[in-house]
Design a protein around this ligand. Structure first.
Ligand code: G3H
Length: 482
């Protein structure tokens, strides 16, 4: 609501994953600082959202849809003016390469445009009258109340806005916490928020989630909770709410998406898809392929081609031309990946690509490990980084068993040309994951497709259209004519 633009309280330093040569050797770049709100300041932001929701007739929740759309369009126009600043911060704050940073920005703008169109269509269809047995029914689609939206560091703009914008446009008021890494890139948009929406409709909070978000959840004033992160983190936060059963949630959680390479397969396509699937943004995507099951008959050529292709990926700084592999933003991530690698090697796996696993500061060169087996951590844990575990298999039952017993159920990929075999697996997995990709990597897009998951991987379905429903509810106003 504008107050943060002139914040006088404590600040936290924001560090880049990028190290540059300094006087004492390579030094980590400090990009700036961010406000560190305490619980009271976070609750004040929440109260602003509650007040803006309760403001009565003609205020945000009861405003005509066409008018709310105008506010969002105004914001979008102002946001587009900040493209260069936001893209630059995506590269510096989370190490995303130039091409993917630009893609994230443009995709987010497209998402907003598509959401506006989807709402116009929904409004045309939802706002209708029905006359049955002397009763006139008016179906209204109404907002839920106050939404708490939290985004992840890997898509700090896109993933955050795919809940924030639908929540707003449906008439909810919002408290929004930017991701821990990727926090500065929201700064160029703050004035646009303030100038485009009525006071209190959108409230940005910064600070340690344990203090700020916990206090907000415990207040019981949140009606809908949108969160992208770990399953345990979401469960802990939901538990704090005094009425968790009344809290609607849109959650994008853990995943360990398998890529399954069948014996009859177009290997070049499988390798190309598996490389981008496993290594785009260094494997830091919830939709990344995080374990590959490769049939023994094609294991050798698959590994050969995979490693050859991997060697063509250029490491470097995010803004350099054609760079694919970049530094990792999470402190301690390199050590974590190394521990997973060492555990797998100690239990019999080999690093099969030259230089795999070499690391320095925040950079970790991708490692392909084979054969990976159930006693290794890498077989179960979501590495969320550039490690590619390869599990050779002979019988399809081994793969079916993995999927059926996994705690995760977001997506999987099947690579194969034998229609009967692929069809059998589609049937076996159809109730295990949210999406099955055939001869293609796992991914969220197109954004009009449903994005969800089973088991510990998600709650609720997001897509341009589904998100409008997640952040609203249908109410019937029925008038009896005597
Ligand atoms: O991290 C999860 C993202 O929603 C993945 O989106 O498949 O387009 O990279 P993506």
């Amino acid at each position: 609501n504008g107050e943060l633009l002139s914040w006088q309280g404590p600040l936290a330093a924001v560090r880049s994953p990028v190290f540059l040569a300094g006087e004492k050797g390579d030094e980590q770049v400090v990009l700036g600082s961010t406000p560190l709100l305490d619980a009271d300041a976070a609750l004040a932001a929440l109260d602003a959202a509650v007040a803006a929701y309760d403001h009565g007739q003609g205020a945000w929740p009861t405003m005509r849809v066409a008018e709310r759309i105008q506010h969002v369009e105004k914001f979008l126009a102002r946001m587009r003016e900040q493209r260069e600043a936001v893209v630059r911060l995506l590269m510096w704050e989370i190490g995303k390469n130039l091409k993917d940073s630009e893609k994230e920005f443009d995709r987010t703008c497209d998402y907003i445009v598509d959401t506006i169109e989807a709402l116009k269509e929904l409004d045309r269809r939802s706002s209708r009258f029905e006359l049955e047995q002397g009763t006139l029914g008016q179906i209204r689609r109404v907002p839920l109340g106050v939404a708490l939206c939290m985004g992840p560091y890997n898509y700090p703009l896109n993933e955050t806005f795919t809940t924030l914008i639908p929540a707003l446009i449906m008439g909810n008021t919002v408290v929004f916490k930017p991701a821990k890494f990727g926090v500065l890139l929201i700064r160029p948009l703050l004035e646009a928020f303030r100038d485009s929406f009525p006071a209190g409709v959108i409230n940005v909070i910064y600070g340690r989630g344990r203090e700020t978000v916990s206090a907000i959840m415990a207040s019981g004033k949140v009606d809908v909770f949108a969160f992208i992160g770990t399953h345990s983190g979401a469960a802990d936060l939901k538990k704090l709410h005094p009425r968790p059963h009344r809290l609607r949630a849109a959650l994008g959680l853990d995943a360990k998406n398998p890529g399954i390479v069948l014996p009859k397969v177009d290997l070049d396509n499988a390798v190309n898809e598996a490389i981008t699937g496993a290594l785009s943004f260094n494997g830091q995507r919830c939709t990344a392929l995080k374990i590959l099951f490769v049939h023994e008959d094609v294991l050798e050529p698959f590994l050969d081609k995979f490693c050859t292709r991997l060697a063509t990926l250029k490491p470097g700084m995010p803004w350099e031309d054609g760079v694919a592999l970049t530094p990792l933003p999470e402190p301690g991530k390199v050590d974590y990946l190394n521990a997973l690698l060492e555990d797998a090697v100690a239990k019999g796996a080999k690093v099969v690509n030259p230089g795999g696993g070499s690391h320095r500061q925040s950079f970790f060169y991708p490692a392909v490990l084979s054969p990976v087996s159930p006693e290794m951590r890498l077989y179960h844990e979501e590495q969320f980084g550039p490690l590619i575990p390869v599990v050779p298999y002979r019988e399809l039952e081994e793969v079916i068993d993995y999927v059926l017993h996994s705690d995760y159920g977001q997506q999987l990929s099947l690579f194969g040309d034998d229609a009967a075999q692929v069809g059998r697996l589609v049937d076996a997995f159809a109730n295990q994951v949210g999406r099955i990709n055939i001869n293609a990597q796992c991914q969220r897009g197109p954004d009009t497709f449903p994005f969800n998951g089973r088991k510990n991987s998600a709650e609720g379905t997001l897509s341009v259209h589904d998100a409008l429903r997640v952040f609203s509810i249908r109410t019937l106003v029925a008038t009896r004519f005597q």
